[in-house]
Design a protein around this ligand. Structure first.
Ligand code: MN
Length: 405
């Protein structure tokens, strides 16, 4: 449900928040953790400023926000909104410019799981390897995922080192050990989890959406040549555990409320989800996601693709319900990745593997350079934005990463 904090006419005393096109108007209020003279504090983006919510409102840490029940998060949103709508004496002292702020990872991420929830991505990738049978039998019954690696999640802007690994020229080997030549990005949405569940107590689908605190942009860097050799029979391993970049801002589920939609209808012949994965509410989100690429020789990045998060086959709530249906526990601050977000059209493809169709259709850059996969010095920029009629648009900011040379 929307409330006064979503009113498109609402304005902040922080002028830059009222400019059209701002990512962070008063209706957004995303959280980050940033470094102050007194240590890491909770920040809230407002226009081109960051509000020190620890100093101004006593919010101890983002981890503590993740641990709150939904009602507590809603109450906190109202307090922050009121603080930034009605100016009080001395409030300016709790603001600092966003530019030059030292942002940190939002919280201590205990566990990270990556899904594969875009049927367009799964169909594209599957058809490269199994043209007659791109989707495996389980795909339409459960959101496929794998347990990822929390220790190598890095903040946007962190340089990405090209991994080395076992690479085989032929399917039966033998492999050689060396730097990946097929380094890729994956455009994904990340979701921070809270408050979570006790071991052995699944989160029912009707409550699952309340355990999504908010979202960020996520780049699941992938070494396709390492992946091809190692992934059977247990799934991705070293091809994806060398780095995962996330954007610093946690855009809350409350801020996304005006952009919540019913998922796109499933084709008539597709099975309905089993009862424990059938959502009683509309729990998809209409979020426009983009990938931009800039080689070291390009003065400005070019847009490679754009897509909508609404086109996912499985929603974040279904991922949460499925993940815990075994009794597996989520802890506050755990992170799930949606899987590569691709859409039905060529311009909606969320990774280079799809964009260049395994290198068969190379991408030409404005400089005349050719890309099949990422080269040293390439920068990948993910962007996200929500727009809807009669609603103040909000942005997710950016997730950047450059391949170190
Ligand atoms: Mn992925």
């Amino acid at each position: 449900m929307t409330d006064r904090t979503h009113d498109p006419a609402l304005r902040s005393w922080v002028d830059s928040a009222n400019e059209p096109g701002a990512d962070f108007p008063i209706q957004n209020l995303p959280f980050a953790t940033f470094l102050t003279g007194a240590g890491p504090h909770v920040g809230v983006a407002i226009g081109d400023r960051i509000l020190d919510a620890t100093a101004a409102l006593g919010v101890p840490s983002l981890q503590s926000v993740m641990a709150m029940p939904k009602a507590g998060r809603l109450d906190l949103r109202h307090r922050i909104s009121d603080y930034l709508v009605t100016r009080r004496t001395g409030a300016e002292s709790h603001l600092s410019p966003l530019a030059g702020s030292r942002l940190l990872l939002p919280c201590m991420i205990g566990d990270y799981t990556d899904f594969y929830a875009s049927i367009h991505h799964a169909t594209n990738v599957g058809s490269m390897f199994r043209p007659d049978n791109p989707l495996l039998p389980n795909y339409k019954w459960l959101p496929v995922g794998y347990h990822g690696r929390a220790s190598s999640i890095v903040l946007s802007g962190t340089p990405i080192r090209r991994p080395s690994g076992q690479i085989a020229e032929f399917p039966a080997g033998p492999p050689v050990f060396g730097p990946s030549r097929r380094l890729d990005y994956e455009l994904e949405l990340g979701a921070f989890i809270g408050p979570g569940n006790a071991l052995g107590r699944p989160i029912p689908i009707a409550e699952a959406a309340d355990h999504v605190v908010g979202v960020c942009l996520l780049n699941d860097w992938s070494a396709r040549d390492i992946q091809t050799w190692e992934y059977q029979p247990l799934g991705p391993f070293l091809a994806k555990n060398f780095a995962t970049s996330i954007s610093p801002w946690v855009v809350t589920a409350e801020a996304l409320e005006p952009f919540r939609r019913a998922p796109e209808p499933r084709p008539a012949n597709d099975p309905q989800p089993l009862p424990h994965l059938q959502s009683p509410t509309a729990d998809a989100y209409d979020i426009t996601l983009e990938v931009w690429l800039r080689s070291a020789r390009m003065p400005a990045p070019m847009r490679v693709s754009h897509t909508s998060f609404r086109a996912m086959y499985w929603t974040l709530a279904q991922m949460v319900a499925h993940h815990t249906s075994s009794g597996c526990s989520f802890r506050p601050g755990d992170l799930i990745g949606s899987g590569t977000v691709s859409g039905p059209l060529k311009e909606n493809r969320g990774c280079l593997l799809e964009v260049t169709w395994r290198g068969a259709e190379p991408l030409e850059l404005p400089t005349g350079e050719i890309r099949r996969f990422l080269e040293d010095g390439d920068e990948v920029i993910l962007r996200g934005r929500c727009e809807a009629p009669g609603v103040r648009p909000i942005g997710l900011g950016e997730c950047r990463g450059t391949i170190a040379s």
